[in-house]
Design a protein around this ligand. Structure first.
Ligand code: AP5
Length: 214
């Protein structure tokens, strides 16, 4: 609705570029970024009960059980700051049941961005990814090389091996159609094979397009 804070969902296969584009979207639109993968990794690192439950599923590239994820997301979306600024939900819903769970609460996006990249490009993106724990910046050894002076502090995610990525891809393909089925009227498909800046241009056009309609 006009004047209402924007609500955006972003989806795509592992390493399709969700995190990369979310940083740009947040800069431009000031939305609150809710990355379920990042929230879960923080729980694992802190050794909380939720993190202990989640760890093996994440390491294997399987979905973490809904009992851990659903409440976490609902609580986040309910925070005052998130309601006031609008949200960018990254990595949720990942199954029909997860979509159903927020649907019941009346939570829907204004736009559902689906970043498409063929599987054969994704493995290279996964194994070359490195992130900077100091800034949160995402790099790629080939596609977005890090400055030499920070290389020694970069980290690689434990699920970023080829074998685990293949299972993450299987999980994604098994669920994506059910999720998209909930957002048929909001979905905008984005070609994720282009350069990071081109992908962002398409996303801005899509978001600004629906804002003009509002
Ligand atoms: P999550 O952390 O969400 O991982 P993912 O979905 O596998 O996605 P990634 O973070 O790997 O990739 P991305 O799309 O953000 O790509 P990025 O921008 O980094 O989830 C991890 C795990 O948590 C799941 O497996 C599951 O276990 C659990 N989980 C999460 N949500 C859950 C839920 N709702 N329910 C249950 N369990 C859940 O880019 C990748 C690389 O490519 C980077 O190196 C980047 O530099 C490069 N790159 C990006 N864009 C381009 C481009 N256009 N051209 C060239 N290179 C590019």
């Amino acid at each position: 609705q006009p004047g209402q804070p924007l609500r955006v969902m972003i989806a795509g296969a592992p390493a399709a570029g969700k995190g990369t584009q979310c940083a740009k979207i947040v800069d431009k639109y000031g939305l609150m970024h809710i990355s379920v993968g990042d929230l879960l990794r923080a729980e694992v690192a802190a050794g909380t009960p939720a993190g202990r439950k989640a760890k093996n599923f994440m390491d294997n590239g399987d979905l973490v059980p809904n009992e851990v994820v659903v409440e976490m997301v609902k609580n986040k979306l309910g925070e005052d700051e998130v309601q006031q600024n609008g949200w960018l939900l990254d990595g949720y819903p990942r199954s029909g049941e997860q979509a159903e769970a927020i649907e019941k609460e009346g939570i829907r996006p204004d736009i559902f961005l689906l970043i498409n990249v063929p599987d054969e490009l994704l493995i290279d993106r996964v194994v070359g990814r490195r992130s900077d724990p100091a800034t949160g910046e995402i790099y790629h050894l080939t596609f977005k090389p890090p400055p030499p002076e920070i290389v020694s502090r970069l980290v690689q995610r434990s699920d970023d091996t080829e074998e685990k990525a293949r299972n993450r891809l299987r999980t994604y393909h098994a669920n994506v159609d059910a999720v998209v089925g909930y957002y048929k009227n909001e979905v905008v498909e984005i070609d994720g094979t282009a350069s990071m800046d081109m992908v962002f241009e398409d996303i801005v056009a899509a978001i600004d397009g629906i804002r003009h309609l509002a």
